[in-house]
Design a protein around this ligand. Structure first.
Ligand SMILES: *Cc1c(COP(=O)(O)O)cnc(C)c1O
Length: 392
């Protein structure tokens, strides 16, 4: 059965069908609408329970979480941070916010930071002296690496993490897209993405699997990092009565109303993850039968949250390239999106160092993301598959 209505199918929109209304009403009824309140505490506790991180600190956005994470990790003016070129630009901008320089890496077959090339880079292009790692080319100190779990695909950290420990490089995971993804093998078996490195960051933006409208979370197992995250996100207040501030903080708090939505969304997350898996299988069955099309697979070492469904096009065989297919989907009222422009080519970062970028160029050319909302219906999925199957 296919959806014959031809109504618009968006790329990714929230589903609000649980206790959101009830919890928000409670905030409004009691007047607890701002940045303190029981839902902020509950949201932090329940996110910590769900992910297994010892501490969770709520933030205004995922971008704010990344910014604060880098500050807590001690990344500062003139330092360098190793980042993937394939990610949403917020990951990279957060590096610039702390006045540091990104060094761009290629991606692997799962759109993630190529950890082998990153290892080669560290071995061949850096020196370790006085307890720090320095880039031979720039002489700058490399203080962090930021693996991004792109589309919910877990980055393989089994070799990179110990190397970073040896080299005094902090690992800040951008887990904005990967809530619910867990390692199933290796030394981090059973652990959620975002809880393996020194600090992890989640996003609850409207396009993610669960949302607070806008919001983020800092995850860590280190008490001092969690305390500092709370401090920096709440204006670095050292004396609440006399307004003494011994550091430059931010107004990066999540409001109680947003957290109320978050608590309700988190209650539904296990069910959402089931739906994402089912929808992935439904897409997969239809798409892989179409010559020239393939639905990207998640890595076999993790249970994927299947946030985004990445279609890969062999345009010679399929007959349309990415741009032509995106236009065709648009004519059929189906929203699709290519990969982000590679970040080492974005104007603010065009002069930054990049290392052996190769696969990212190819994946950019052949990838088109399909509608992935949790609320996608089986008839809508069939309609997407039928439009893909129709001859141009
Ligand atoms: C969404 C996203 C962010 C930013 O999160 P916001 O909550 O929108 O600020 C950062 N990194 C990645 C990979 C994302 O997908």
């Amino acid at each position: 059965m296919s959806d014959s209505s031809n109504s618009f199918i968006p790329l990714s929109v929230p589903v609000i069908q649980g206790n959101e209304w009830a919890y928000v009403k409670e905030c409004l009824d009691t007047g607890w609408v701002s940045s303190a309140g029981k839902f902020v505490d509950r949201f932090e506790q329940e996110t910590s329970q769900f992910t297994g991180a010892k501490y969770a600190v709520a933030c205004a956005t995922g971008t704010a979480a990344l910014h604060v994470a880098l500050r807590i990790a001690g990344v500062t003016t003139g330092d360098e941070v190793i980042v993937p070129t394939v990610t949403f630009i917020a990951s990279i901008n957060s590096v610039r916010y702390v006045d540091a320089h990104p060094v761009f890496m290629d991606c692997d077959e799962h759109y993630n930071l190529d950890t082998e090339k990153t290892r080669d880079f560290i071995h061949q292009e850096t020196v370790f002296k006085n307890g720090h790692t320095y880039n031979r080319q720039t002489n700058r100190r490399i203080t962090a690496v930021m693996p991004v779990h792109v589309f919910g695909n877990a980055v393989w950290l089994d070799e990179l993490l110990p190397l970073c420990r040896e080299r005094n490089i902090k690992v800040i995971e951008d887990a904005a897209e990967s809530i619910g993804t867990k390692y199933t093998t290796g030394q981090f078996k059973g652990r959620h993405t975002g809880t393996v490195g020194d600090i992890g960051c989640l996003s609850f933006n409207g396009n993610k699997i669960i949302t607070t409208g806008g919001g983020g979370m800092i995850l860590t197992d280190h008490r001092e990092y969690a305390d500092r995250a709370k401090y920096l996100t709440t204006q670095a207040k050292d004396d609440e009565v006399r307004f003494v501030h011994n550091d430059v903080g931010y107004n990066y708090r999540l409001t109680n109303v947003q957290a109320a939505i978050g608590v309700a969304q988190l209650e539904q997350l296990p069910g959402y993850l089931d739906l994402k898996r089912k929808n992935y299988s439904a897409y997969r069955g239809g798409i892989d039968a179409i010559p020239g099309l393939h639905l990207a697979e998640g890595p076999d070492y993790a249970a994927n949250n299947h946030w985004m469904y990445a279609l890969q096009i062999d345009s010679a065989q399929y007959g349309l390239d990415r741009e032509q297919l995106m236009a065709k989907m648009g004519r059929n009222n189906i929203q699709t999106r290519p990969l982000w422009q590679l970040n080492h080519r974005q104007r603010p970062y065009a002069n930054c160092q990049h290392y052996q970028i190769d696969r990212a160029n190819h994946l950019l050319d052949v990838t088109l993301n399909l509608p992935c909302s949790v609320g996608l219906t089986p008839p809508q999925i069939q309609r997407v598959i039928e439009v893909l199957r129709q001859k141009p």
